[in-house]
Design a protein around this ligand. Sequence first.
Ligand code: DHB
Length: 512
Amino acid sequence: MKNLKRIMSNLLLAFLVLSLLLIGNVSFPASAASVPTASNGAREYSLTFNPDNYVVKTFTLNNKTISCRAYENIVYVKKPVDIKYEVMNIYVPEEYYQGKSVGAYSAGTAPIFLPNEVGGYMPGEPGGPGMDRMNKDKPNAALVALSKGYVVAAPGARGRTTQNDVGIYTGKAPACIVDLKAAVRYLRYNAKRLPGDTEKIISNGTSAGGALSALLGATGNNKDYEPYLQAIGAAAARDDVYAASCYCPITNLDNADIAYEWYFNGINNFSRMAMTMTPGGMQRSMENGTMTANQIECSNELKKMFPKYLNSLDLKTSAGNSLTLANNGTGSFTEYIKSFVLASAQQALERGADLSGLSWLTIKDGIVKNIDFDQYVRYVKRMKPTTAFDGLDLNNGENDLFGTKTIPAQHFTQFGKDHSTVKGSLAKAAVIKLMNPMNYIATQGTATARYWRIRHGAIDSDTTLAVPVILATKLKNSGYVVDFAVPWQQGHGGDYDLDELFAWIASVATVK
Ligand code: DHB
């Protein structure tokens, strides 16, 4: 009888604990939010956001103190592979806990700014408000967002070099985008526990991070990602976002080589930043080189492949005119590309820039009339020798991205595989597909973000201008609202125009 009583009371206790967990009213700080799973003993993390687990942080911007509640290092999936990266930092303006508003926003309406920290398809730890990494005198995007009343949700993500204790790669494609989607799901799953409007999530990223922002924007809720999300125990919630800001996205990787050579073919010198690890830290130096005969031959071959791809997209100008290229690589698409550079030069001129030294520009009476495209491309300069992305020796970062648990690097184009100098294998078509937003824009079963802001600097040659132009045009042609521009004298970088970025965010966030 005594035993029966004890069993009954134990059962009751277990039932109470279980039901509290299930209805989601109990949550723990990240470090304590785990219960062992029955099967393999791995820890499971609670997906329930704990509103009490914060520290107050203050920042100064323009002599104004900004106070917020900082929820840091929240594991955003139930079964993380790597809790260094599958964690998110959330910052909420303190005003929202006092029933106040910041500008036009309140606790219920504040959009959520979601910057990712990924660069080079490397792993990215979650960011947060502070000073800009490149320019310590300027606030970063997260701090500006916070000052304007946005809730900042900064997720980390695994990347191409992430490995576990026994040397298995854990962050190869599509891990980075799967993680960011899981972070979005976490926010939605906790919509009622978190200040901010989860229907107004605005993603931001630069370069590889810009590509991931584009993927977040393009692929919302598509079920191709579902098995990967399930595997890490992502919350059962939608992962579409409202708007995507993409600075110099290194995207459309499986077509980036043919686009690059269509653009830079004939320029055989290259100039790039080489980074080498030394005992004293990372050393950067300019590496100048001339392409080999074999590289030039590959460039010629790849260039020829681009018109077929471009024409297959059936892109149109906003007036409805077809954008095409003849087999020799010339056509209305070239004129279209020129139009963005021309608009950029015109704007620079109107802002007082002296463009008189640029022989590739024809300027008359304060109007930029024409650009000599070949000369402009020479001015931009080739940064990467052929092949720019799918390295024939598997030595590019993108080869790494497409590795597997046990294969460090693979090819991701048929050309790369066919010309491999190291007998490299080809990544699975299904994985390559998952990394390219072009495959998902406006497709059935996908919620593509309605608002887009895409920037590619006029002297950025990490990828060709054709890549973001194609992305922006595909989006526009599919009915999305796209703000695309090519900032003058801007190289590879992001977050350099925060006033304009936040003016855009404010304008799209307040659309009813
Ligand atoms: C980045 C830059 C590159 O040139 C590239 O190929 C991939 C990523 C970056 O800065 O993230």
